[in-house]
Every structure is written in C-alpha cells, then in structure tokens.
Design a protein around this ligand. Structure first.
Ligand SMILES: NC(=O)c1ccc[n+]([C@@H]2O[C@H](COP(=O)([O-])OP(=O)(O)OC[C@H]3O[C@@H](n4cnc5c(N)ncnc54)[C@H](OP(=O)(O)O)[C@@H]3O)[C@@H](O)[C@H]2O)c1
Length: 273
C-alpha cells in the first residue's frame, strides 16, 4: 500500500474504506471485512453514528493500533461544542487517539471550530487535523488565520467531478487532496460506462477498478464504501496495474464538473460553472 506524507510528516495510506450510510449494526462486520482485505484507513464521522462500531472493529482485528489510520469528522460549530464533541467521539470509539480529525463542512464559526481541533492535535488526541467540503476561498481564509495549517481537504471527487482546479490549489498549499464519493455515491452507472469498460478490458479490471486506480494514480487519497464483501475485496485490488498516458487522457476527458445533486454548492466556486 502506497502512503502519502502529510505536511506534519504523518503518513496516510492512499487508499481506504468509507463508512457513510453504513448502519451501526453493519459497520463492525464491514470494517473487519475491509481489514481482512488489506485496508488500513477507515473513514468515519460523528454524523455517521458508527464511530463506536469502527472502534470495536479495530479492537476485534488482529492489527495493532499503529497499523490502522482512523479518520473522524466533527459536526459541531464553534470551540466549546467541538471540544466536547471530540471527547465524546474518543469515548464512543474507545480509541486513545484518532489519526485524522476533519471539520466535516464549513458552518460559520470555522476558525473557532479549528481552534478546538488545533488544541486536540497539540494534546495528542489526534495525529493530524484537516477540513472537508472547504473550497479554495474558505481554505485560504482558514490558513490565513490559523496557527496550524490543515493537512487534508476531503472533497467530493469522482469521474464526473474531478476537481483539477482544487487539486492544483491543494498541492500548492501542501494540503493532501482526499476524494469522497469516488464512485459517485453509487449513482453513476459506472459499470456500464463504455470508456471505463474498454480501458478495464486491457488490464483485466472492472470499470470501478479503473476509476479507483485513476484517482490513486493521481495521488488522491481514495475511500470507497461498500457492504458487499466481494466489492470490498475487488475495490482494493488496483495496485497491480498502471494506467498509461492515453488512458489518463481519456479519463480526464470524462470530467463533467458535475457534483452529485444537492451536495455542497459552495464547492462550485472552484470550477468555472
Ligand atoms: N466529507 C463528506 O462530506 C463526505 C460525503 C460523502 C462521503 N464521504 C466519505 O466517502 C466515502 C465514500 O463515499 P460514498 O459512501 O458516498 O459512496 P461511494 O464510495 O462513492 O459509492 C458507494 C456505492 O458504490 C457501490 N459499490 C462499491 N463498490 C462497488 C463495486 N465494486 N461494484 C459495484 N458497486 C460498488 C456501493 O454498493 P455496495 O455496498 O452494494 O457495494 C455503494 O452503493 C463515504 O463512505 C464517506 O466515508 C464523505
């Protein structure tokens, strides 16, 4: 598994497992299935209500705590609520620390919220801190006033919204680009996309493996979600082939700058809609 290095030196696996919309009673089993197949990064959030089960899976696995990378996200606005919420997340998960804590989405008092994350980072409650759903303007606003620079921005990124402008911006700012909904939240009929099918045939890979490989090959941390053990296993089986220049060109041409309906509209500021 390839790793990327965050701006504080911490290493993050380039590929992981998302747990949005996985119910609490399905989470432990799904995460254990992912661990068995070689995933080491698990993405949860206060909003998903499954932090407890993610922690249970970590303890039930045969992996040491320092072999897994656990991300959670806050859903509170402001310093006090976020400080309290983070302690609750640690309690619920039963973990001594997180590897990454993100502000789930901008909410208004983001600098105050960020102070709570900075404090948790300094106290060793998390090894890294970052943001999610922040566009370029919002990210700069935070960087210009924060003590500690965010290490990651997790943003909607998939075949139809490839986020190249944000990617370049984040690279310049030394912030890692993490893709959420890499399979378009399951809404994009990827398996029947003729371009993905054709490229996949060359390598004996499925259309979904092609898009996941495409993101990873562009140094984007990628966290698909599934509750189907066969899908979980297939999704990580993307490290034994390499897309060539022509494939990359064809895949890039499929970008429609099209977010999933109703998802954070502010991200559109970064594309020339
Ligand atoms: N920061 C944020 O605001 C935010 C927002 C959204 C998501 N996220 C994170 O990103 C993660 C991934 O995004 P997502 O959950 O929206 O969805 P996604 O990973 O883009 O897509 C998941 C869907 O794809 C299907 N799928 C997965 N592998 C497949 C395969 N090999 N073949 C066919 N279908 C397959 C799954 O169905 P099966 O279960 O049947 O396989 C599911 O319906 C989330 O779980 C979460 O951790 C973050």
């Amino acid at each position: 598994m390839k790793h990327l290095t965050l701006n504080n030196g911490v290493k993050i696996p380039i590929f992981g497992f998302g747990t949005y919309e996985i119910s609490p009673d399905q989470t432990k089993e799904a995460v254990l299935s992912a661990f068995k197949d070689g995933y080491h990064l698990i993405d949860t959030a206060q909003y998903y209500q499954n932090e407890q089960q993610v922690g249970e899976a970590v303890r039930a696995s045969n992996l040491n705590r320092d072999e897994v990378f656990i991300t959670t996200k806050t859903m509170t606005d402001g310093y006090e609520a976020t400080k309290q919420g983070l302690d609750e997340s640690l309690n619920k998960s039963g973990l001594d620390y997180f590897d990454l804590v993100l502000i789930h989405w901008p909410m208004g008092h983001d600098l105050d919220t960020w102070r709570a994350l900075e404090e948790a980072y300094k106290a060793g409650k998390t090894r890294a801190i970052g943001i999610s759903n922040f566009n370029g303007r919002q990210t700069l606003e935070l960087i210009n006033h924060a003590e500690i620079r965010p290490m990651v921005d997790q943003i909607e990124t998939h075949l139809l919204l490839q986020q190249w402008k944000m990617h370049e911006f984040l690279k310049k700012e030394n912030i890692i680009h993490e893709s959420y909904s890499p399979l378009g939240n399951g809404q994009q009929n990827l398996m029947t996309n003729p371009v993905l099918q054709k490229i996949g045939e060359k390598y004996g890979k499925s259309p979904i493996q092609v898009i996941l490989r495409y993101l990873v090959q562009n140094d984007i941390v990628t966290i698909p979600r599934s509750t189907n053990p066969a899908h979980i296993k297939a999704n990580i089986d993307i490290f034994d082939f390499e897309l060539d220049k022509e494939d990359l060109k064809q895949l890039r041409a499929l970008d429609e700058r099209k977010p999933i309906d109703g998802w954070p509209a502010e991200m559109r500021e970064d594309e020339d809609y």
